[in-house]
Design a protein around this ligand. Structure first.
Ligand code: 5GP
Ligand code: ZN
Length: 116
C-alpha cells in the first residue's frame, strides 16, 4: 500500500469508485473519465507503481489481470472485442502511478496509432 496513491485509496475504500469486480488480489472499476462507452480499469491491490517495476514474482498476478480483464470485458458487453491499454511511465503517458490495465470498447474504436 502506498499512502498517497490514488488507486491505493480506491482499493482501501477511501475514495469511492463504481466497482465492477473485487477479489483478494484485484479490483476493477469504471474510469471516471471514459473515452468509450465501456472503459474500466483493472488494478492489483498490491501497489506497483508501473509495469516497469514488476518482477518475475508478479508473473502470476499479471497473468490473472489479463485473463480477468478479458472475462470482465465480455461481461460488460464487449463480446465483439475490446482494447487493453497499459500506459507505463511518463514516456508512456501514465498519469496514475499504480499499475492498471484499461479495458476499452463499444462504439467506434479508432486505430490506436494514426499513420499519415
Ligand atoms: P493513466 O493515464 O495513468 O493510464 O490512466 C489514469 C486513468 O485514471 C485515467 O483514464 C483517468 O480518467 C482515471 N482516473 C483518474 N482519477 C480517477 C478517479 O478518481 N477515479 C476513477 N475511477 N478513475 C480515475
Ligand atoms: Zn497504489
Amino acid at each position: 500500500m502506498s499512502e498517497n496513491c490514488l488507486f491505493c485509496k480506491i482499493v482501501r475504500g477511501e475514495i469511492p469508485c463504481r466497482k465492477i469486480y473485487e477479489d483478494d488480489e484485484l479490483l476493477a472499476f469504471h474510469d471516471i473519465n471514459p473515452v468509450a462507452p465501456v472503459h474500466f480499469m483493472l488494478v492489483p491491490k498490491l501497489h506497483l507503481a508501473s509495469l516497469m517495476v514488476a518482477e518475475d514474482s508478479h508473473a502470476a498476478l499479471l497473468g490473472r489481470m489479463l485473463l480477468l480483464g478479458a472475462k470482465l470485458a465480455q461481461e460488460q458487453g464487449l463480446e465483439n472485442g475490446f482494447r487493453t491499454v497499459i500506459n507505463t511511465g511518463k514516456g508512456g503517458g501514465q498519469e496514475v502511478f499504480h499499475l492498471h490495465i484499461h479495458i476499452i470498447g463499444g462504439g467506434n474504436i479508432p486505430p490506436m496509432v494514426k499513420r499519415s
